[in-house]
Every structure is written in C-alpha cells, then in structure tokens.
Design a protein around this ligand. Sequence first.
Ligand code: NAD
Ligand code: ZN
Length: 346
Amino acid sequence: MPSMMKAVVKTKAGPGFELCEVPIPRIGQHDILIRTRATSICGTDIHIYNWDTWAANRIKPPVIIGHEFCGDVIEIGEQVASVQVGDFISAESHIVDHTCDLCRTGMAHICRNTQIIGVDRDGSFAEYVALPAANAWHNPPNMPSEIAALEENFGNAVHTALETPVVARKVLVTGCGPVGVMTIAVAKAAGARSIYASDISEYRLGLAKKMGAHIAINPARENLNKIVLDDTNGEGVDVLLEMSGAPGAIRDGLNLLKSGGHAVLLGLPAKPFEFDLANLVIMKGITVHGIAGRKLWETWYEIRGLLRSGAVNLEPVITHRFKLEEFQKAFETMMSGDSGKVVLFP
Ligand code: NAD
Ligand code: ZN
C-alpha cells in the first residue's frame, strides 16, 4: 500500500485548484477507506472553484474537493460491521452527528452539525477517500462506475422532484445543468403532465428535451413568460423546481408559478439578492420548500427504485470523461455550459 496519493486541492483562498501529492487518509474505528473508481463535478464545485461569496464564507483551505463518487472499500475500522473490504459503494456526502434534535426527529439531512466531504472536510477528487461506514451505500457489482458516482447528485434531483406531488401537474424546471435535467427525468417518471424547462445554454436545453422536457426555452433569447402562459391558458404552472440559483431564473419561476402553487428550491445563489417577496410569495399564497441534500435514507431508496426499475436512465446525462489530472480541462468543460455531467477517473 502506497502512503501518498494524487488529489485536487483547494490550497488557498481564491479561484482555482491544484493537483497535489498528499498522504492517503487514515481511518478511525468507525470509518472505511475507499479506492475511488469515479468522481463527478457538481455545480457546488464550480462555486468553490470560482471562490464566490458562498464558497469564501464556507470553505477553509486546504481541503480536497469533490463529494460525488463511488469506489471499492479497501480497509475498515475495528468497529465497522455494516461494510466489508471489497464492497462496491457510493456515499452520502453529508456526515451527520446522529444525535442533534433534527437527526433525532427524522431530519438528519439538515443536521445541525453537518459536515460535507469536499466542502468541510477532505473529499473525493483523490485516489482514496475516508468516511464513516454509516455513509456508505451498497451498489450492485455490475452497476457502471460513472452511474454509481452520480447517485449522490441524482439524489438531489430525486429529493427536489418528489418533494411535492407532480402527478398530472404542470411543472417548470429553471436551470438545466446536470441536476436540472435529472430532475426533469424524475418529474416525468412521477407523472408530471407537462414539463417546461429553461436555461441560457442551448446545449443544456437539448439535454433537457432528451430527458423529458416538453418545451425547452432560452430566456435570454425567447419570451419565457409568454411561452409558458400561452401554453397554460394564462394560468402558469402548479410546481416550480428551481435548479439554477440564478436570481433571474428564481424571479422568472416565481412569476410563472400559480397562486397557491409549490416552489421547490435547490439552486444556490452565489450571493444574497433582492426579490419581490410581497408579490411573488406572500400575496400568491405559495408554499416554498428549501431542498438540502438527500433525505436520509428515504431518498437513497428512491434513487435505487428509479434506477433499477428503469424509470430513469442517467446515461444521456454523462457527456464528458477525464482523468483526474485533467481536472482543469474538466472544469472548463463544465463551466462552458456545453456539457452535461463531467466525470473524473483517478
Ligand atoms: P450548474 O451550474 O451546471 O447548473 C445551473 C444551470 O442554470 C446552468 O446550466 C446555467 O446555464 C443555468 N442558468 C443560469 N442562469 C439562468 C437563467 N437566468 N435561467 C435559467 N437557467 C439559468 O449546476 P448543477 O450541478 O446542475 O447544480 C445546480 C445548482 O444546484 C447549483 O447552484 C448547485 O450549487 C446547487 N446544488 C444544491 C444542492 C443542495 O443540496 N441544495 C446540491 C447540489 C447542487
Ligand atoms: Zn444531527
């Protein structure tokens, strides 16, 4: 067993990452060590790469980036009984304390002491990752690595799309990045009557259609408001699934949501912004749902159900593959907008 490994590290405050040689992590008695097979880039990694206000307030360098991955367990701590050496796992990236009031009342996904790998502690853009055995999710041995790496992020989409009923409803998905297009696929599988999708990247609008959007609209070039209102008898949509974090998209989405509708928000704005709370939320009597991570562990069972039944096929979402060393090119590809999911292979 070597003692050092390659990892993509946020070495200091400011934009960018560096490829470093760092020690292979040590494990505690409740932990496991995983050899990474595949790890994918999330929109959140872009916030960290760019060092926006959110990242600057949250990240304490140096930290190894990355939280979506799968791999093989190569070592287990003395107290670990639920995982064995050789298991093929994906992982819940949120490490929770299991003891706070929220964990103890069925809301561990918003645990008071959540630590996210690749954000608050070392993550998966590396040859090896250590984490508590309680965070492992077992995969069937024949599951493709790149799909297994995507399960965590797919869980965000599943959590968002299943937060409020969409069956027979009209749904608007704002933001067709990888999470947005996976959300479209789940909303379709869950029986949405029509799905409108918006993005400012033509490439991503194409992907949105592939994943099940009925109408894909570019608000930078088309009149989103008019197109959706014309198609909904002037009523607007029943459910907004906000997957961009872009202030303009959030305003557009709330504006097109019917009074009494449900807004489910996952996208993270890069910084605080102003919007018309009185007219877009309060006087419309809408319900707003904030989505953080995945419900533990309900969402993971839904991920399994949707993938194994074939109700959702994630293959079209993965558009680019790079070696870990090529992370720079991988991030540029993801940030160009001309990509779906970008996967790195250590
Ligand atoms: P992404 O950055 O690839 O996707 C965002 C998309 O929004 C892009 O395709 C972009 O072109 C589009 N967009 C920008 N302005 C727009 C506008 N005015 N109208 C419509 N679309 C617009 O990121 P992703 O990986 O798909 O993640 C989506 C968001 O979700 C990110 O903000 C990410 O940080 C956040 N996220 C949140 C959680 C959570 O637990 N809440 C988990 C994962 C990701
Ligand atoms: Zn807790």
